[in-house]
Design a protein around this ligand. Sequence first.
Ligand code: ADP
Length: 274
Amino acid sequence: TQVTTDMATLKSEVERFAKGKKLEIEALKIRESYRKEFLGNVSHELKTPLFTVQGYILTLLDGAMKDKTLRKKYLNRAMKGVDRLIYIVKDLDMITKLEAGDLHLDKENFLISELIHSVYELLEMKAAKKNITLLYDFDSNTDVMVCGDKERLQQVLTNLVVNSIKYGEKDGTTEITVEDFINNKILVRVTDNGEGIKQENIPRLFERFFRVDKSGNRKEGGSGLGLSIVKHILEAHEEKIYVESEFGVGSEFSFTLEKLEEVTEVDPLITEMT
Ligand code: ADP
């Protein structure tokens, strides 16, 4: 009858509403726990180098100052701590700007090969220290003109290649490939054969300060902000990033860029550096 149908509809509406509220509360709880973790991370990341600097200054004041060799050694170490603080604060500053949406993009047209060359030039030495070979391979001898904020996009590629070196295997390779993608876009892939990432960690990679290895790896000097900066810059360009990774095998980070026109006859099919 009419009444039972209405009651049934009402009941299912109520259930749906309750389920929706429950999901909302769950989402809020998750967000709140991320926020707490984020704040904890900020203070932890800042505390470590601050205590280092404090330690060296105290030792100097305690008498090490009088010894010329020790003085130089400890001042250098304190300086490294200060550099690290500046690095973290700069990344935090960038993240804050990006999240507030006040990022001004200076768009220009450029060849994707230029971007790859500059990033490789910048990171050649870093890769060489781990004997990692940097490769790039242009699909079918073509180069592509793209439009975007070159400096910011260079940071995107730099962060991805830096990670591939940091988490890459010693004597391994990092390869960049550029290929056609749907909707007049190209896909820039950065592939490594490094330590890889467990599936359960993949959804959290782009969160501020998220690091798979929370304790160790500090020697690499990362802030856990690199990938969230990457994501924000690409979002500002209305582009996407994808991750594929297998633990113990390697990772591939790829992002899209709008293609303007195809340029043929670019010389190196494969350029090897290092
Ligand atoms: P970090 O400064 O720690 O490198 P990122 O935001 O750049 O911060 O990366 C977040 C985390 O994602 C890293 O700590 C690392 O655990 C993981 N990660 C990023 N890139 C790779 C990669 N190429 N291979 C393995 N793990 C990676």
